[in-house]
Every structure is written in C-alpha cells, then in structure tokens.
Design a protein around this ligand. Structure first.
Ligand code: FE2
Length: 345
C-alpha cells in the first residue's frame, strides 16, 4: 500500500506523446495528489486580515469607486494558499468586506450561492430579503439564502461595513453560479421575523393544519441576544467553552444548506483547543483580543479581525480579554456529503 507509485518520467517519451495525442493521461503518477493517505492535503493556508489594515483601504474604495461602478463595493479576503485575487478564503467559503455609504443602495437580485452577512460597523444599514426589511446592527447575522431576492440600503449617516460569507466557491466549481437582477422589492411594514414569530427561543408560531412553514423562517439573528445567551452558557453551561450554533428555529438544522455559523465566548485568559475537524473555518472577531495558533502559525487578533483555518487544522485559541467570535464553517455541507469528522488531538 505504501509502495511508491510510478512517475511520468519513467514512461518512454514516445508513449507519453501518444497518450497526449489521444487525450488521456495515466492515473498512477497523479493518484496520491487526489487521494492522499489518511488525511487531505489542503491548498488552503491559514489567513489573517487585521481590520486596522483593511478598513482604510475599504474606505478609500468608497472615494475611488462610486457604488454604481462597483455594484458591490467589496474587498475580497483571498486564501494565502491560492494567492491574492483568489475568490475564496477556504476551499468552500468566500469572504468579502463590503462598504455601503449613507444613501447608497445595492440593486435587488438573487443568485444560486447562499450568503450571510456579519455586521462589522455602522448603523442604519438594512437588507431586504423576500420583502422583509432586516435592520443590520453590529454583530448581527443576516441571511440571504440562495434563490431569495435581496437588496441592501442605508438610512444612516456613517459608513456601514459588513462581512459577506458565501458558498460561492462551490457554485463556481459546479459551474452553477449566476445572478438575476430585478426591481427593488416592496417592503412589508412590520418588524422582521426575529422580532415577531421567533422572538424567543423555544417558541414558534402555532402550526395550523395545511399551513406551510417558510424554508428560511428567520433571516436575522440579532447579536444582542446571541451575546446574552453566550454569557448564560459561560456562567452555567456544561462545556468549558460557551459555544452556540445558529439554527433554523423551525427545524433545528443549520441555517443554510452548506454553511454553518457558531458563536463562541472566551473569558479573559481562557484557552480552547478543539478537536481536529474535517471542516474549514473562518473566524470573525466580534469583540476582544487574543492569539490563535493554527498548524503552528500564530495569529494575534483584535476586534473585527478575520482569520481562517484549513481542514483538519490544529487550532488553539488564547483570549487575552473577554472575547466573542463567530466561526463560519462548512460542516453542514460535509455532513450532507457524509464525511464530517472530528479527531482527538
Ligand atoms: Fe447578493
């Protein structure tokens, strides 16, 4: 099984030329690349984007490029393993920091990939999804699932920045990525579902015979409630580290088909060494500071920073002060494909 496989160079040139001419290639010299033993061999490298470094560049984009010329004024966080310009932060997760200035709006559209935003700074921004106006406040998680109409607007007076997380790389790989544009949506004159039908955990609207539940019943997860819940988990929960998964309040399943979101609280001085997971991850720091070692590389993070870890990474967090992070990951996709795994370290 561990016998070294034959290489291309061992084959006579004449034979190799004939293979090329016929449009075929031998598998054995390439097989270990696509089927390595025991664990995958990720292209993704750990990445770190300090908000202090990226924010001025994003604001400059606001001066240099009117939103009409950009449509989406975004700086893409490229995986260091693939190089700047790569439209992905990990194998399956795209990340971008988006700037919306007061009075600006983004046209209504829908697309095949699913997206979620984590609001980084500013007030007055909102997203409309299927007619529901979702206010965007710092730390909120706002969903725009694939196939749902959405547009963005800004009623406030300061720049609004949010982090976009999409499963775009999958759709590009599948040659299934496209968008459709449409007129701005009429907005329903009421608070969003997180403030009506799903105001409290454990309560859902009465199921009436024959009535159907929306596939994505709740599109906005207000940070204030997440933080409150994390604090209670930290104080009274059974686990050493307070962690909460964002779930669909009707099904209890992950909020989007391929991407999962997990909020985490670390107390000052607390460390966390999770098992090795087959999922890749992107961490967004809501608040706090500390260090994280990922496969031997140490990232020193502060508020609003983003950093990433490849599949099966050995990750150790160490918080310097009370810290809140959201981990974006692809566990839901891997579970659907039947191979999600955790390994003890
Ligand atoms: Fe979009």
């Amino acid at each position: 099984m561990s016998e070294p496989l034959g290489t291309l160079e061992e084959l006579p040139q004449e034979y190799r030329d004939a293979l090329s001419e016929a449009g075929v290639a031998p598998l054995w010299p390439m097989m270990r690349n696509v089927l390595p033993h025991d664990a995958p061999n990720p292209v993704t490298r750990p990445g770190h984007w300090s908000y202090g470094a990226v924010r001025p560049l994003l604001m400059q984009a606001g001066d240099l490029t009117p939103v009409e010329k950009a449509e989406r004024r975004v700086l893409v966080l490229s995986d260091p393993g693939r190089g700047t310009g790569a439209m992905q932060a990990t194998s399956s997760i795209y990340l971008g920091l988006q700037l919306l200035l007061p009075g600006e709006s983004a046209p209504a559209h829908k697309h095949t990939p699913s997206a979620a935003r984590i609001i980084v700074e500013g007030t007055g921004g909102y997203t409309v999804v299927d007619g529901e106006k979702l206010p965007m406040e710092e730390g909120d998680l706002v969903l725009t699932p694939g196939g749902d109409w959405h547009d963005h607007g800004h009623d406030g007076s300061e720049p609004v920045v949010w982090l976009d997380a999409l499963d775009l790389p999958l759709f590009v790989y599948l040659e299934g990525s496209y968008a459709i544009e449409g007129p701005l949506q009429a907005q329903r004159n009421r608070p969003d579902a997180s403030d009506v039908e799903y105001r409290a955990a454990g309560l859902a609207p009465t199921r009436r015979l024959g009535s159907e539940t929306r596939r994505y019943p709740m599109m906005r997860y207000p940070w204030s409630r997440t933080e409150e819940a994390l604090r209670q988990m930290a104080a009274y929960g059974d686990e050493a580290v307070a962690e909460l998964d964002y779930v669909n309040p009707e099904t209890g399943q992950d909020v989007l088909p391929t991407m999962g979101f997990t909020a985490m609280m670390l107390s000052a001085g607390q460390s966390d060494a999770p098992p090795l997971r087959s999922s890749s991850a992107a961490f967004h720091v809501i608040r706090g500071s500390g260090t994280t070692t990922i496969d031997g590389e140490t990232v020193r993070w502060g508020p609003k920073d983003n950093f990433t870890a490849p599949v099966f990474a050995e990750i150790t967090h160490q918080a310097e002060e009370e810290s809140f992070l959201i981990r974006v990951h692809d566990r839901p996709l891997q579970e659907k494909l039947g191979y999600y795994e955790e390994r003890a370290r």
